[in-house]
Write a protein that binds this ligand. Structure first.
Ligand code: IPD
Length: 266
């Protein structure tokens, strides 16, 4: 089996186990452990416990690899592979009991920075639905055993789009202005609250496109590979007004250029 597919198999295995733990903890009640970038940006005890499980499994299976996780930070390895992990993407949904959250695990090669790495494998597991989205470089994107393709055609009714907003209230006005610019090509807009699921849904053709500013590497590492392996396009654009808060756009080719132009704005 090629390296990317071996890593995919491992990512699937660990994401399922981690997701089961997250689901079990959810039924026992959620404790907020801390806030991060703002008071709205929370981490639960379960986020930490699930990331610890994922890290321990990876160390046991592939001790030389690096790690970049939302809750426990970065560590370079001795191989060229780094695991990029969001233990619970959609933490606010998780805390409120909304069944839209996911475990996102990706394996990347090279410098562990999104503009330089090469994504090899990824798994996005949705515990509330039991759906496993997964991809390996060159081997396609899949939902369980079904091959995924993005929506290739633009619908005459407009595009079903998704977006997200960061936790910093200072950026909400410009994010809403972006939504207003994009709405003329939309049939409707969704805001699920878990970027890894937004990207997986673009790969699955459940959304025509997705845009959001300010994602972190672990929010998009696995999902971006899913979109590309499903025949779609994904990009990250640095915008000058707020450095360090790039714009991310994903869709099929038919609407990509127009969506990107509208999302970037004047
Ligand atoms: C967040 C979710 C949300 C997105 C935020 C992310 P988290 O991740 O993906 O949909 O809008 O930008 O930070 O904090 O729940 O892991």
């Amino acid at each position: 089996m090629a390296l990317a597919e071996q890593l995919e198999t491992l990512a699937i295995d660990i994401a399922r186990e981690a997701g089961e733990l997250a689901r079990r903890r959810r039924t026992e009640g959620v404790a907020i452990a801390a806030t991060k970038s703002s008071i709205a940006d929370i981490v639960t005890e379960a986020d930490r416990e699930v990331e610890t499980l994922i890290r321990a499994r990876l160390v046991a299976e592939r001790p030389g690899d690096g790690f970049l996780g939302e809750e426990s930070g970065a560590e370079r390895g001795t191989t060229d592979i780094t695991w990029v992990v969001d233990p619970i993407d959609g933490t606010v949904n998780y805390a409120y009991g909304i069944p839209a959250y996911a475990v996102s695990i990706a394996a990347v090669r090279g410098e562990p920075a999104p503009d330089r790495w090469e994504a090899l494998a990824g798994a996005v597991f949705s515990p509330p639905t039991g759906e496993m989205f997964h991809a390996a470089q060159g081997a396609g994107a899949w939902l369980d055993d079904s091959r995924l393709t993005v929506n290739a055609e633009a619908s005459p009714a407009g595009s079903l789009l998704a977006t997200g907003f960061g936790y910093n209230p200072a950026t909400h006005a410009s994010d809403l202005a972006r939504v207003a610019r994009v709405m003329p090509i939309a049939r409707d807009l969704r805001r699920i609250g878990a970027a890894s699921l937004d990207l997986s849904y673009v790969a699955a053709g459940r959304f025509d496109g997705y845009f959001e500013r300010g994602l972190q590497p672990w929010d998009h590492a696995a999902g971006a590979l899913l979109v590309e392996e499903a025949g779609g396009r994904f990009t990250r654009v640095a915008l000058e007004d707020i450095p360090g808060r790039p714009l991310f756009v994903a869709s099929g080719a038919a609407i990509f250029d127009e969506l990107l132009t509208l999302a970037i704005g004047p």
